[in-house]
Design a protein around this ligand. Structure first.
Ligand code: URA
Ligand code: CA
Length: 433
């Protein structure tokens, strides 16, 4: 087989065979096919697309390019949740203990990553003593015992995707539904889940800015999952403004605790109940989505979700007393309100720019080497549709430096106020199975 023939075949709009796709992925992972040929190939995919069969094959070829996590020693159906980006997305911190409290095994492998705030592991490390450096046996034992554990990323998962994503990034070939969908799904499948719930964000703060694009991506991922034998569904949810109020590491842990107590932001609570219901249903712990939702609502009401958070934190070395006393979380030195400059209704909160403001405070990583300040971040005091009076706080800034004028300016530029009444955005647009 020659790579040049496969590039031409795709360029001319033909479907590649399974063997041809395996040849490309294997050859690229092993360094036998050079970057320039693979970049020509990905550009051909950008223009020509891939059939449903090609997408499934492409995904599995990437899964098989490296290690796959074996979760077979964990009892029950393992359901993983994946969110496609977003700002201040606290859902993972809430959903883990919430679904675990009704018996769904949560075996989470997580990373740190770059972004507006840290990853799930960074956030959890704002709890004193909490650590994810556990070995595989302890990880599996903890999930069997408590139904929940988080382990740091290890092993060599989907090396083909790592190489390919880096190449796409510098060759203008990220924007392709088949390439994005197979990239995301390969990582989830290699991580060992039996079933997958996808939270595909849409809007200004999301990877996909329009509902049409988000729907197409969601459908593509759901098809790939189901075609390779993992039950998969997707929820398309709003990211035109940040989810919940808090954007920051310790601040989001506190927000997650509030939500598990039933005192969280309305949108975060609703999204967690929706995603959680699908997880419980796919794990076959409930016969219907309604039953699943009732179980989760009850776990919040009777305190079992909160109790599960304590067990989870303490079983990985964390000081679980933060759950009852969040003032034990890292605290910022300065707490400064940003006040509204005029009367009106909040009409826009540009999510990614608000995320950048949190980064200016030190809440996230710009490069792999950057240090995160766990204490700092933002708490929105108003969301889209809320009425606001001049002088009322719009955002509370948690900072470890006193001069936050740059942050304030960025926030003011990106929180728009209108004189006419504004409807809040729809939170959940569609569910795709
Ligand atoms: N996120 C991924 O993991 N892969 C893509 O291709 C795009 C976004
Ligand atoms: Ca949040």
């Amino acid at each position: 087989m020659r790579m040049v023939d496969l590039i031409e075949k795709k360029r001319d709009g033909h479907e590649l065979t399974t063997e041809e796709i395996n040849f490309i992925i294997k050859g690229y992972t092993e360094g036998k096919i050079p970057d320039y040929q693979v970049s020509a190939f990905t550009m051909a995919v950008v223009f020509r697309g891939m059939t449903e069969r090609e997408r499934a094959d492409f995904t599995m070829a990437m899964v098989e390019s490296g290690d796959q996590i074996d979760l077979s020693q964990i009892e029950g159906i393992k359901v993983d949740k994946h969110s496609t980006g977003g700002v201040g997305d606290t859902t993972t911190l809430v959903l883990g203990p919430l679904v675990a409290s009704v018996g769904v095994p949560v075996a989470k492998m997580s990373g740190r990553g770059l972004g507006h705030t840290g990853g799930t592991i960074d956030k959890l490390e704002s709890v004193n003593g909490f650590h994810v450096e556990i070995d595989n046996k302890e990880f599996i034992d903890l999930v069997n015992k408590n139904k929940i554990a988080v382990i740091g990323q290890s092993g060599n998962l989907t090396p083909a995707d790592k190489k390919l994503y880096a190449l796409r990034d510098v060759t203008g070939t990220v924007e392709s539904i088949p390439l994005i969908a197979s990239s995301i799904m390969s990582k989830k499948i290699a991580a060992g889940a039996d079933a997958i719930v996808l939270d595909v964000k849409t809007g200004a703060g999301a990877f996909m800015k329009t509902l049409d694009d988000s729907r197409e991506l969601a459908k593509a991922m759901v098809r790939i999952g189901n075609n390779v034998g993992r039950r998969t569904m997707a929820v398309i949810s709003d990211m035109s403004q940040p989810l919940g109020y808090a954007i920051g590491n310790a601040l989001e842990v506190k927000e997650a605790i509030d939500t598990l107590k039933g005192e969280g932001p309305e949108d975060l609570t609703e999204l967690c109940l929706t995603l959680g219901s699908h997880m419980v249903y796919l794990a076959e712990k409930a016969k219907s989505l309604q039953e699943a939702r009732a179980m989760l609502e009850n776990a919040i009401k009777d305190g079992s979700a909160l109790e599960k958070m304590k067990v989870f934190l303490s079983s990985q070395g964390g000081d679980a007393s933060v759950v009852d006393d969040p003032s034990k979380l890292p605290q910022a030195k300065y707490i400064i309100d940003l006040e509204a400059k005029e009367d009106g209704y909040v009409s826009e909160i540009v999510a990614d720019e608000i995320g950048t403001a949190a980064m200016l405070l030190g809440a996230g990583r710009a490069t792999k080497e950057s240090e995160i300040d766990l204490a700092v971040g933002l708490v929105l005091r108003k969301k889209i549709g809320d009425q606001v009076k001049k002088g009322e706080p719009l955002v509370t800034i948690y900072s470890n430096f006193e001069d936050v004028s740059e942050v304030k300016e960025k926030l003011l530029q990106n929180i728009k106020i209108s004189t006419t009444k504004v409807e809040p955005p729809i939170l959940i647009h569609e569910e795709i199975t």
